[in-house]
Design a protein around this ligand. Structure first.
Ligand SMILES: Cc1cc2nc3c(=O)[nH]c(=O)nc-3n(C[C@H](O)[C@H](O)[C@H](O)COP(=O)(O)OP(=O)(O)OC[C@H]3O[C@@H](n4cnc5c(N)ncnc54)[C@H](O)[C@@H]3O)c2cc1C
Length: 283
């Protein structure tokens, strides 16, 4: 059987950091399980974060009005994307699972990782209007976020100062990963490693190592399946009226984003639902 590949897209500047230790655990554990693990160490690679016309080899289709999305789509089709983008796209193609490992910056990923997303997940390669969400290009692949924070878990509760972590994670997990089709595994969050005793940090790393043992078999998070939506311009890509009416009687919204003015489904972006959960009718 062919060896399976995991890609770790990694963003931390220091090899002495907690994030570096997490990455090492990932590589060691998955390698031991027989996976081929590729690490894209973005700072070491000096990965270019800005989406510019340098990413396209040859003439632009419309030099008067540069449109990054359209130009990179044409360049992808014609094999004219810059080498660093193509190299990352090849790694994604090979991977069964893509892990994004980073310290949280401003409720999101560091700029260098956002640049990887902007530049590597180009139209055509990673998505199209026909191929998005559960019909997405990468629907047979998995992806997940593993990240550290300065904040404690309590600060990211619905009544904590930062608000609900499920809302924080929605743009990255739904808007980027699931939009490209990935089945998104529950995030691995290392709460405040810089402000806890060494023993707690060791326990966090051990917890991650034991999760890695069954990671590839985990059930993904729940997102709204595209069949719930009228995917036409006339229909506005909105929920079918019938579906909306059906959800009227539910106490909870469909997902964190599709809350329909109701209570947010608990832990929608942080935990996979149990097998018999009502949410299970979502993808
Ligand atoms: C621009 C910016 C924006 C930010 N925005 C946010 C935000 O929105 N929300 C938020 O919560 N935080 C935010 N932060 C904080 C940031 O997320 C944290 O500082 C970061 O997550 C801490 O992770 P680290 O790997 O850098 O920790 P480190 O500081 O590198 O490590 C923490 C501790 O772990 C120790 N350690 C290293 N290796 C091991 C090991 N093998 N075993 C045990 N211990 C080890 C280190 O020695 C250190 O004592 C932001 C920071 C910046 C710079």
């Amino acid at each position: 059987m062919a060896q399976k590949t995991v890609l770790v897209v990694y963003a931390h500047q220091s090899s002495a950091s907690f994030n570096s230790a997490v990455r090492d655990v990932t590589v060691q554990e998955l390698t031991q399980q027989g996976y081929r693990v590729i690490v894209s160490d973005l700072y070491t690679m000096n990965f270019k974060a800005s989406a510019t016309q340098d990413d396209i080899i040859g003439d632009l289709k419309n030099p008067e009005l540069f449109k990054y999305g359209e130009e990179t789509m044409h360049a992808w089709k014609e094999g004219r994307l810059s080498d660093d983008i193509v190299a990352e796209q090849c790694k994604v193609m090979e991977a069964e699972l893509v892990i994004f490992q980073f310290p949280m910056y401003w409720f999101s990923v560091p700029a260098i990782m956002k640049g990887w997303m902007d530049r590597v997940l180009t139209q055509g390669f990673a998505f199209s209007l026909k191929n998005m969400y559960d019909k997405g290009v990468f629907k047979d692949k998995k992806a997940m976020l593993t990240f550290s924070t300065a904040a404690t878990q309590k600060m990211f509760q619905p009544d904590g100062i930062n608000g609900d972590i499920n809302i924080t994670l929605w743009p990255l997990q739904n808007g980027t990963l699931h939009f490209c089709g990935f089945q998104v595994l529950a995030p691995q969050i290392f709460w405040s490693p810089a402000h806890c005793p060494p023993g707690v940090r060791t326990a966090m790393l051990q917890g991650w190592q034991s999760r890695l043992k069954g990671l590839l078999a985990e059930k993904p998070l729940t997102f709204a399946p595209s069949e719930l939506f009228d995917l036409s311009f006339q229909g506005g890509f909105s929920l079918w009226p019938k579906v909306k009416a059906e959800w009227e009687s539910q106490s909870y919204g469909i997902t964190t984003g599709h809350h329909l003015g109701k209570l947010l489904p608990p832990d929608n972006q942080t935990k996979a639902p149990p097998a018999d959960d009502n949410q299970d009718k979502a993808s």
